[in-house]
Design a protein. Sequence first.
Length: 704
Amino acid sequence: MTTPSSPHNTGSSGLPSIPVVSAQEVIEGLNTPSIFTLRDQIQDVQHRLQHLERSTVHEGQRDPTHDRALDQTNVAVQDLTSRLRKAEEQLSELSRNHQGQPSFAKGNLTIPATIPRLRNTTGKAKLFGPSHWLHTAEKFNLSQLDAKDLELSFVDSQAELAGMIQECRNLRKSVKKQQAVQLNDPIPDLLSTFPPREICDQLVGNYMRTFELIYRVVHIPSFWKEYEIFWKQPLSTSMPFLVKLGLMLTIGMTFYADRDEHLARLGRIWIYAAQWWLVGPSEKSTANLDGLQVFCLLHVSRQTCFVGASPWLSEGSLLRMAMTMGLHRDPRLFHLTPFHSEIRTRLWTTVLELVIHASTDASLPLLLSPCDFDDHVPHNVKDGDFNSETKDLSLSQPLEDFTESSIQILLRQSLPVRIEVAKILNNHHTEQSYDTAIDLAAKLQSACREIAAFCQLHWSQSLTMHYKFLDMQFRRYILLLHRPYMLRARKDPRFYLSRKICLESAMIIAACAENIKIPSDVLDDLSRMMISSTGSFRGALTLDVISALAMEIITQLEETGMGSSSSTGDLAVDPLTEMARAQREPIIQILAHIEEQLLQIIGLGYPSMKRYVFLAGILRQIRAMESGQSVQPAVVKTLRDSLKKCCAMLRSSQTANAPQDSFETLIHSEPSSGLYFDPMDPNLAVDFSSFLFTTFGGEHEAGL
């Protein structure tokens, strides 16, 4: 076989030499398990061919004496073009029917990975992975009969077979329908629960300008088109659209200034309606992109609507469903349209983000690795620049040009680092490397700076909420990564850097709470989200931030000897003590502000008392240590006072927010997170964490 020459090598005529290779040699030269590598190498040959053609024209114009050589070169170029076309055809056939020839790698006999098959219809999407029997069945000769091989009698019977197949399908549907259990839909008339259009317009608009830019779910122009049809012909609207609309309204009301308890209950109605649609009797019909879009919206809405994560409809189920539909594989494997490829890639990226956040929030191992999915990334294109009829979506704008997907793409760049962090955080089987933690935290800090640069410098849109939300999430990763070393730094000064980084990260996050000023109605989007959300969406109001700042203050007090048995209230004041007090004061002030706002949040109807009671006790402990008072009686008194305040707030909220109709009563009937202990119990210990949190290893919950 002739060895292909470099396009820069020249023959005796001064022109680039043309290697004579066969199509089979091209295929053999592209021996690799990756079909994309094969195609990339063929594209490289195409580029070389174009270079030869340009060189031929250029040389012909410059030196007429080379006419004969040019003629020979042109013939060679045409021959190579023909051979290349045949090679591409063989490559296409190879990708469909073969997996290449076995090859030797380091002495081991290997074969390329099996390319999966995808069933992608409007009603159902399903991936047939390497272990599926389909890959064996498709090799049977009967499934590969060519038309010319069919006998005339067989052709004549095709119509009869088609009729019998259809009859069997109809009978199958009838039998399954007869066997199905008839259950009453808890919300039979979802359409009647939607508020007037002017309110819906605002709520959907709130969703589109906030979370849709972070977690891409829908193609925005397509949604607005269907939204207009919905208001013109509401009775003919499909159920998947109604469910998606309800969840968008739920998320959008998080940022709605006129939100009241009636709207909040409607949001919970829409959440449970979506869950019923997903896993109720119609669950078989939801295994498609509509169902996955609803699943993603459901997880975001549960966090923003104070419902919290579902113990059964978890992000793990979301990940498995996405993989079942093949979203973790590059769409180019399945020859999908550019529109569907882009929608699937966006959805997969959203699923990854939700899964990583959920793993960190739940303090559970991340059951995902980069080797579990292909490295396909959304294009930075505006939604208005492509639709279902688009034939080519290969051109992507620079990331400096803002589109509806720019934030998602920016997040995607740091995904491998955050996956590694999430896996380290909850890895219980290996020792944690301090050098690794420092290195990963540095990468996350670099990502924070990159987010700030794009949101504040490159993109002209108003993205304050998005920037602060993403910055809080990344700082939280840094905080959690260094927290184990920060706790050891109290006794081991070698980890002092972690203590410093945790303080900085927690203070940056906590600063976002300064704009929360309840009972004022003037709140920005980020403040409204932190007030009504759960999990990491609470940002500055999370116990991760509160406990880190409180631990830093108590550590400083212990280092100065305050709060010890030998300290008294008559300690002499020296300049160093005053300086230390001045340095602690900003931290104490932000914690005191958060404490007051947490109490006001309880009064708004959000019955989450754990954070408030915990912080009230910690602040009282800090004040007692600073003044040299006995800590135990001071903390116990504060706990009793704070619990009385919680009870008063809850009674007031319960009276003002009683359900008014049957729908609201249905959703409101779920058990509340009550108070399962007597705060006046004389046996109450000073370690109030025992009743703020679930008792480890016990049979009963004792948390707030």
